[in-house]
Design a binder for this molecule. Structure first.
Ligand code: GUN
Ligand code: ZN
Length: 464
């Protein structure tokens, strides 16, 4: 493995960190269409207290913490749990924004060639570090990640996440057919690699292993069976894959697996569906598939940016949820065109609008925080400001630039403000990101010691 590169951090981790601002998190899932649900926890101008990496309390600004706390005053800013991106490819920053292809073409033309470079340990190590720092610079502190087929790509990603103290779920990609030279494994070697990676990384620090089947067309039935056996053998493993993203892909799976009732059924038959299964896309599912998702506890990682960019289709979020299936939000970079979960939420709104549904800001933010945590079985650790959760926290400006500042200042109530923030914002709104109470990103020019800027609160005057 290549030598790890230094991990950026601007400040030493204080034992006790207090952050002041407008706290937003959720006590439970908001309902569809409800812009004022009771499970939005909005605590305007409060202190969030983090002691040795864990959240220990929240108190009003009128009760400042004692002198043994390092205090940062972000009044007028939004403080949220770090975002959770449930499906993203670490090696695909090289192909983000590639022109003119649908899924199968896009894989052949851009993605597979780019991923072959990750056989090189130095490329893999540098790529892992850059990727995680980019996630943090977009306000994402936890993720479920596809590296490449190469064992070293998973190894370096685990190591880089451990250095940053991040909650990360990943695993070597399995693909033993229908892929170019340099990007295929075989069943026996893949199994040995997985077993070794699981032994070294699963459950260490904040890391978990995901048995990572790229998608049904690139694994033989023998490899799918091996993947299912791995899931059964080790409790607590995750499983991640793609399902029913594109019509031509679905047709191909029908031809490759004629015995299966559906694409999803290919995974069910291999023993790959369970409460820790994360399936990206799920656009072309039917009612029986949705019932199977619900029964198994598997979640769909809805990837709206990717679905629009690759022209894959419109995901039926509401139908999935009505059937009882969990839905989280994902960037799916490099099919998706931004690591920003704000952009992802804005795209999710537009996908639902095309399908005649209205996604509230609350449902969107919940899906990228507590909702994802619950779907991953990690709500005790991430996704909210509950006492005992990790201090994975992001500080956001409500508005950046003249247009957003103008619009936010006119917002009459909290949902309008949150919705405009999502629609007009992106990573430029991010001021700072903390992982387990340690600063891991700070916007250029923002210093922790600065007094609150006059007028920062301009957008917040009518709403509390
Ligand atoms: N299906 C199989 N591989 C991929 C991938 O890398 N990206 C997307 N969006 N879909 C896939
Ligand atoms: Zn993907």
């Amino acid at each position: 493995m290549a030598t790890p590169r230094p991990v950026p951090h601007r400040a030493p981790a204080p034992d006790r960190l207090a952050l002041r601002g407008d706290l937003l998190d959720f006590s439970a899932a908001p309902a569809w269409g409800d812009t004022a649900p009771s499970n939005v926890r909005w605590r305007a101008d409060h202190w969030l207290l983090i002691d040795r990496g864990r959240i220990v309390g929240v108190q009003p600004a009128s009760q400042p913490p004692g002198p043994d706390w390092q205090c940062e005053d972000h009044r007028g800013r939004l403080i949220l749990p770090g975002f959770i991106d449930t499906h993203v490819h670490s090696a695909q920053l090289d192909v983000i924004g590639s022109y003119g292809a649908e899924l199968l073409d896009w894989l052949e033309t851009y993605t597979f060639p780019a991923e072959t470079r990750y056989a090189d340990a130095a490329v893999a190590a540098a790529g892992a570090a850059d990727f995680l720092d980019a996630l943090l610079a977009h306000g994402t502190t936890s993720a479920v990640v596809f590296p490449t087929v190469h064992k070293v790509s998973a190894d370096t990603l685990f190591a880089a996440a451990a250095e940053r103290g991040m909650r990360l779920i990943t695993g070597k990609v399995l693909m033993d057919r229908h892929a170019p030279d340099g990007l295929r494994d075989d069943v026996a070697q893949a199994e040995r690699d997985c077993v070794d990676l699981i032994a070294r990384w699963h459950g260490r620090d904040r890391l978990a292993y995901a048995v990572t089947v790229r998608f049904a067309p690139t694994s033989t039935p023998a490899q799918l069976a091996m993947a299912g056996a791995l899931c059964a053998a080790t409790p607590g493993l995750y499983m991640q894959t793609h399902v029913a993203e594109n019509k031509a892909e679905v047709q191909w799976v029908r031809e490759l697996f004629p015995e299966a009732r559906s694409y999803l059924d290919v995974y069910a038959r291999a023993g790959l569906l369970g409460p820790r299964s994360v399936l990206a896309h799920g656009i072309w599912l039917d009612a029986a598939d949705r019932a199977l998702l619900a029964k198994s506890g598997a979640q769909i990682a809805h990837s709206p940016s990717s679905n629009l960019f690759l022209g894959s289709g419109l995901f039926g979020w509401r139908a999935a949820e009505q059937a009882g299936a969990a839905v989280s939000l994902a960037s799916d970079v490099g099919g998706g065109t931004s690591l920003s979960m704000l952009r992802t939420m804005a795209d999710a709104y537009k996908v639902q609008a095309l399908a005649g549904e209205r996604l509230t800001a609350w449902k969107a933010i919940h899906a990228a925080t507590r909702g994802a945590a619950v779907a991953l079985g990690l709500e005790h650790e991430i996704g909210s400001f509950d006492t005992g959760c990790a201090g994975d926290v992001c500080i956001w400006d409500w508005a950046v630039g003249a247009v957003a500042t103008h619009r936010l200042a006119l917002a009459r109530e909290l949902h309008e403000r949150a919705f405009a923030w999502i629609t007009l914002g992106d990573e430029r709104n991010l001021v700072a990101a903390y992982v387990a109470g340690r600063e891991r990103f700070r916007r250029e020019g923002d210093n922790p010691g600065d007094t609150p800027a006059a007028g920062r609160n301009a957008a917040a005057t009518h709403n509390d």
